[in-house]
Design a protein around this ligand. Structure first.
Ligand SMILES: *Cc1c(COP(=O)(O)O)cnc(C)c1O
Length: 491
């Protein structure tokens, strides 16, 4: 087409107008082409390297320094996507991806994301798309029902667990400084464990809690917060004139999936002062497991908590990003996060939620749509069966580790996460073992066949294999284990 081949004048020419008006037939053709690519990708992602083997900066070198002045044909852009961008992608959908925690996607979720992008709705208020708000209410009620959350929790979708935890800590801070007590933020303390996600301490800092007031309560041998130490630290802080304002407990820590003892933590908080510290539960990954009756124990005690977050974008097959935040005291949340302006006023205000007042950003994506597609397409039963299978595969791998004299498990296997290290008999030097296992992880990742992300547990360098992708099967886990054994033998 002429407009794509010749430089355009900068004024608003007829060619410019033509290019801006969507050519629906061309869009349809290109969309079909993209969908073909998507289907092919999902079908063969397991054949690719999980992670590219690239030097930093190498993708950037292949891209122009300035943007194009003139329109480029879609075909050229798609070709570069395939040849320049794709070689620089890590494939989180790869069945050999065992790093971090899974960030699953699934066909129904992808289809919903396409529709969300097509609608392009900005869902900050009820009136800016009533269906988005009301579907969010319904899907959050569905999730609360699936988790068997006690009455009194109301859900709202946030982009990430880290943002939801920031929301919880800001609400807690305001409760103690502005609304229910007049304390100075410098006198407030926040408690979490050293095994909490890195985002917790960052969120506490961002919420204005002084860094020296963030208390890390030591963990037991299973890496769960010690409630006796929490009680002691709170008592000492109160003695010193400080005010315990919040506790962030983790259900499923990032390093080892440890579960903090929520019932005891809530009991301690219930008597921790005239104003009870805000208890926030970070169940970002493992919260999904609570849809299984036999795993519901991980949320035991949640009736004493003020808020909870878990990520359907990790283990419930919903594309990143979709994080479910449940809060008990909605008025407290709104006190901290409401903002009005003439241009936001609408007649329905106060009758239905305006979710812009339930979190940090004003603008909001229509995230409930993909959650709805996934929950309907699979139903609770298929999701339960998948989670159960991943947990079984984790236990199976843990058994292989335990049966192997050259390997040692470093934490209880939970929720499909297994932490272990290579420990040949006779080698007991701590630094040498760390170095050996670091070499092992680097060598496994360099193979391109699997991806592991390591951690440290009790000071020991640990391999960490997280099973949770929808396509990961026993054969896949077996292959990964054989590769680990074989590679360890060579190092
Ligand atoms: C993944 C994870 C987070 C961070 O989740 P985001 O949604 O990426 O912010 C926080 N806490 C725990 C326990 C996690 O596993």
């Amino acid at each position: 087409m002429a407009t794509e081949e010749f430089p355009l004048p900068t004024e608003f020419s007829p060619e410019t107008a033509q290019l801006l008006r969507p050519d629906i037939d061309e869009f349809r053709r290109q969309a079909h082409e993209v969908v073909e690519w998507m289907a092919e990708y999902l079908g063969r992602v397991g054949e690719l390297r999980v992670q590219p083997d690239l030097a930093p900066g190498s993708i950037r070198l292949r891209l122009p320094v300035t943007p194009p002045e003139d329109p480029e044909p879609m075909a050229a852009i798609l070709a570069d996507f395939r040849t320049v961008i794709m070689p620089g992608m890590t494939h989180w959908n790869h069945p050999g991806f065992f790093g971090f925690f899974p960030a699953n996607t699934s066909p129904p979720s992808i289809l919903a994301e396409m529709l969300t992008a097509t609608l392009g709705a900005q869902c900050m208020s009820w009136s800016t798309s009533p269906a988005a708000t009301e579907l969010e209410q319904v899907t959050m009620e569905w999730l609360a029902w699936m988790l068997k959350l006690p009455e009194g929790f109301t859900g709202v979708i946030q982009d990430t667990a880290s943002a939801a935890t920031l929301v919880a800590l800001v609400t807690a801070r305001d409760r103690f400084t502005k609304f229910e007590a007049p304390h100075r933020v410098e006198d407030l303390t926040v408690y979490t464990s050293p095994e909490a996600n890195s985002s917790v301490a960052k969120d506490a800092r961002l919420a204005g809690f002084p860094p020296e007031r963030i208390r890390f309560v030591e963990t037991d041998e299973g890496f769960a917060m010690r409630p006796d130490l929490l009680a002691e630290m709170m008592a000492e802080d109160r003695e010193a004139g400080l005010v315990p304002a919040a506790v962030v407990a983790t259900a499923g820590t990032t390093s080892s999936a440890a579960v903090d003892p929520l019932p005891e933590i809530c009991r301690i908080c219930a008597t921790a002062g005239p104003l009870k510290p805000w208890v926030h539960v970070d169940a970002a990954f493992a919260g999904s497991a609570a849809i299984l009756p036999e795993m519901r124990w991980i949320l035991e005690g949640v009736d004493g908590a003020d808020s909870l977050v878990f990520n359907p974008h990790k283990w419930l097959l919903v594309n990143f990003d979709c994080s479910a935040y449940f809060v008990r005291d909605v008025p407290a949340l709104l006190r901290s996060f409401s903002a009005s302006a003439h241009y936001l006023a609408a007649p329905h205000q106060g009758v239905v939620p305006d979710y812009r007042d339930w979190g940090i950003p004003l603008g909001r994506r229509f995230r409930a749509l993909k959650l709805w597609f996934v929950l309907r397409r699979y139903g609770v039963k298929v999701l339960q069966a998948m989670l159960r299978e991943h947990i079984r595969l984790g236990e199976l791998l843990a058994a292989w580790v335990d049966e192997s004299p050259a390997f040692e498990r470093l934490a209880t296997a939970r929720f499909g996460l297994v932490c272990f290290r290579h420990h040949p008999s006779g080698e007991d030097d701590a630094a040498a073992l760390d170095a050996r296992n670091e070499r092992l992880v680097n060598s496994l990742n360099a193979s391109g066949k699997i991806l592991l992300t390591p951690t440290r547990l009790g000071g020991k360098y640990s391999l960490r294999l997280s099973i949770g992708h929808l396509t990961t099967s026993e054969a896949e886990v077996r292959r990964a284990w054989d590769l680990i054994v074989e590679t360890a033998g060579r190092i």
